[in-house]
Design a protein around this ligand. Sequence first.
Ligand code: GLN
Length: 485
Amino acid sequence: MELNQLTIHELKEKLLSREITSVDIVESVFNRIDQVEGKVHAYISLLREDALRGAAGADQKIQEGAGGELCGIPVALKDILCTKGVKTTCGSRILQNFIPPYDATVVEALRRAGAVFVGKANMDEFAMGSSTETSYFGVTRNPWALDRIPGGSSGGSAAAVAADECIASLGSDTGGSIRQPAALCGVVGMKPTYGRVSRFGLIAFASSLDQIGPFTKDVEDCAIMMNVIAGYDPKDSTSVPQDVPDYRAFLNRDIAGWTVGIPREYFRDGMDPEVSAAVKKAIAVVEDQGARCIDISLPHTDYCVAVYYIVAPAEASSNLARYDGVKYGYRAENCRDLLDMYKKTRSEGFGAEVKRRIMLGTYALSSGYYDAYYKKASQVRARIKEDFAEAFKRCDVILTPTSPTPAFKIGEKTEDPLQMYLSDIFTISANLAGIPGISVPCGYSGRGLPVGVQFLAGHFEEGKLLQIAHNYERHAHIERRRPEL
Ligand code: GLN
């Protein structure tokens, strides 16, 4: 095995026993990038020099017996996370030359833990998409099938981990953007509870839904990343001042006696039969471990996608008002006056999907329509949240498919936004309710494309998710394949 293929916990052991150095790991990661990045295109920018320098510093720390939880580990960051002095584009032309003057809190946390940054990962423009096809910087390809999408919007972060072009990465999830690409690329991805991880320095899409979370090669690494990024931050007023448990303490535990809810609304005809078969096998695995699987109902499920496509665009239309060519970012040239400058800047700076969302959101918030759309959607959102509260009275966690299909072909859904929006049909509800979710690989389709199973839990129950996901991972015996590139 090459070093770039190993997990954080495997590498840490080798680093601490001085068997290898961080420079060895970073070199191995960049060798891999040199071999496969031309095919995958997981990154918008690479930080080779910085990473090598960081690795040398990490090795020094390890020599001194110091160094944090991620000392010397190469990590990728979705290009929606602000990095001081390093270009942060959010996948958009409008920010193509934007260099933030500060680090996001999660970036600071990773830095403090000793992580080494490999690069900024590709993404759908402003995180709007499910396929990474809306990026101004070109599409990322699924490492398991280069003619297919990696999922989105954090497709670059997922593909980079799957292709061993980094050891772990961070993404953001507003309606499924961590869990769906994790499933489609065969890696682990977690969206924490709303408020669990600081969003200071995360470029805003939909502020009542956005969360930052990790992509990793296994569940243990997910716990390690969560230990580093979770916690209250006075710079983010929506982060919650609640103690963070040691997430590793939830690993290697059994789930005997647990009740697992299987929501009937998530297992309907029309779902891809191979996804359905793999997820049914996952149910059998957790039952085998002594959990009782019960039928539950989340009655407002049918409204989730509709509610999301009112709430998210409404918030986005307001958040994206700041890109006007005045303060920072792209500014159109040869403008007649201020209004002309605004118009040209935004017409040239934003791509088609972002414009679609701004129009949807502006319409939904406009006077005379606000009550019919935004207010109504907020009311239905409250019902969706109640569905989960009711369900968690009867079960510890909920099990569902992560995505209704394995990775689809590049271009397959770009002409049909509704079909694209339906890729998140199983993930959106967790964002609307603010609850945490994790996607774990649960098998392959006949074509060899990865399939993921999703676990959901109540607010701040990430520990429970890691416990069942780790238990599942250890007992499911999913064949460990690697994409051929
Ligand atoms: N695919 C959904 C959208 O396009 C979710 C994106 C996300 O989670 N950032 O809005």
